[in-house]
Design a protein around this ligand. Sequence first.
Ligand code: DC
Length: 225
Amino acid sequence: MSRRPQIAIDGPVASGKSTIARLIADRLGYTYIDSGAMYRALAWAARKRGLTGRQEEEAAALARDIAIRLEPIPGGGNRVFVDGVEITDEIRTLEIGQLASELSAIPAVRERLVAMQQEMAAEGGVVMEGRDIQTVVLPDAEVKIFLTASPEERARRRRLELQSRGTDVDFDQVLEEVKRRDHRDMNREHSPLRPAADAVHLDSTGLSIEQVVEKVLEIVKERCG
Ligand code: DC
């Protein structure tokens, strides 16, 4: 039986992939899966237990033990649960993002989360966004988009997002954070952030959200008919 298409959208922090992936899923009636939220959920649980990114074995055991669940919000993102407790909003802090990035460099952690993501996408009809979706999680995805924007544009977007959640941070601090996470996500030994050989590269600097959505929908049409 042939499955429905899989759409993989990868890119660096604040490249707009969540916004774009959500809108594409909504337009196509597909399920949106935020894989980064799963690493953030693990970071939330790790932080609660006082673990750091250096405690590899403990983090791997935690990844095996906890139940991470994503629930689609119609027309929106994902509600996030760890062991039945909703943590959707709590995981959206710089601190949790940083710890998620550190924990995501641990191979046994990735192995566990990748297996969960593959299971969630098995039937297709999904738009999954992250760092390694097109290279590792769904290498057979019909559509692979590598979405980028300049670090300054991404820091500006990230700052606006944090402000909308009531956190006011200095632009330079956000820019530094963006660059630090880029560096770690792109240079880690396991599954670094990089485009697949057959990815379509899209630079969203200076483009409106609608313009990017239109471009992605065109690519989907080309690839999936
Ligand atoms: O997309 P995000 O900022 O919510 O992701 C948080 C961290 O999780 C990110 O810095 C790296 C990691 N991550 C990953 O390694 N692989 C993914 N597929 C998604 C996220």
